[in-house]
Design a protein around this ligand. Structure first.
Ligand SMILES: [Zn+2]
Length: 328
């Protein structure tokens, strides 16, 4: 049994190495794809279908911070009780980075680029995830981001300043581009230290710089490709959207950052501190959550525990998150 396991590991590792060799173009994405997986790591992808569209959640890793940041209006004692009841640490909340690859119409489309190293050392795993499924960054045709926060655009830039997805057309919401990329935004609304805000703003500009020339700026409501529609969800940022993937009567709703963690933003109604316009964010959250609940649409949460799939249930007082069961 031990032998079989070891042989398997060897096979996986050499397959990853081979992908890097075949596609080795000197880009950081390929370098990361060649990085050996540590023996203790789990695979970080999860496949399913939406009608005829192939879908794969690819984990870019994790980020996190003080729970207070993600539950800005929670009474302190209640917040601590809720975290304890959910078996979560009192002082740190982990957020996942669940990017979604969809394959439709002969194109590979990545929804959210992921964080890279912009928000700590535990992002930037997407290139290894792509290698797990036999792909590399050069196989991605389109990248669509819901908004331009660093954890959604960080992987667009390689370490040497090039475009990390060399063939991809990048789609970003115009209102976010105007605000964060072209503008000099006042980020004092974010409940984090000034130094963090400064790095946050700079990371956005730096991450999108290699793709700025060819970027496609979209308005909320736009259909990016057949089967992928954007839904206005501004509030968290000026231009944030939700995504609706649909095919042959099946649907999947991607809630982007309408909620960070189900325990504090769904099962409890607390508001994320980084929401720029908290009232607009709240009404977008209610409008889109109500639709998902009423139409029983499967949901993917970018920051929910991996793979982030489940349903939103309407309760007497708000909502409840119901994770989907694992499927082979
Ligand atoms: Zn985010």
């Amino acid at each position: 049994m031990t032998t079989i396991t070891m042989n398997r590991r060897k096979i996986v590792l050499s397959a990853v190495g081979a992908t890097g060799l075949v596609l080795g173009s000197g880009r950081a994405g390929d370098v990361q794809a060649q990085a050996p997986r540590t023996p203790e790591s789990n695979l970080g992808h999860y496949r399913f279908r939406v009608g005829e569209i192939g879908a794969t959640v690819l984990s870019d890793g994790i980020i996190g911070g003080p729970p207070r940041v993600y539950a800005s209006d929670a009474p302190e004692q209640e917040l601590q009780e809720v975290l304890k009841r959910a078996f979560l640490p009192a002082d740190h909340m982990t957020l996942n980075l669940n990017t979604l690859l969809i394959e439709t119409g002969g194109r590979r489309i990545l929804l959210e680029a992921g964080a890279g190293q912009t928000m700590g050392p535990n992002g930037g795993r997407i290139f290894a995830r792509l290698a797990e499924i036999g792909l590399s960054a050069g196989d991605i045709d389109v990248v669509v981001v819901s908004h331009t926060h660093p954890d959604h655009v960080g992987n667009l830039r390689t370490a040497d300043g090039g475009p990390a997805f060399p063939r991809a057309t990048v789609f970003a919401p115009k209102a976010d581009w105007d605000f964060f990329v072209l503008g000099e935004p006042d980020l004092s609304y974010m409940p984090v230290p000034e130094e963090f805000r400064r790095r946050f703003g700079a990371a956005i500009k730096r991450s999108v710089e290699p793709v700025a020339k060819g970027v496609e700026l979209y308005e909320a409501g736009a259909e990016i490709v057949p089967g992928l529609t954007t839904i206005a969800a501004s509030g968290h940022t000026p231009g944030m959207v939700s995504f609706l993937v649909h095919s042959r009567g099946d649907q999947l709703l991607l809630t982007a950052d309408l909620a960070y963690h189900p325990v504090v933003n769904i099962d409890q109604p607390w508001r994320p501190g980084p929401d720029r316009d908290k009232d607009a964010a709240l009404s977008a959250r209610r409008r889109i959550f109500d639709r998902a609940a009423a139409e029983r649409i499967p949901v993917l949460g970018f920051h929910y525990p991996f793979p982030g799939l489940g349903h939103l249930l309407r309760t007497d007082t708000g909502y409840a998150w119901v994770p989907a069961g694992w499927q082979f």
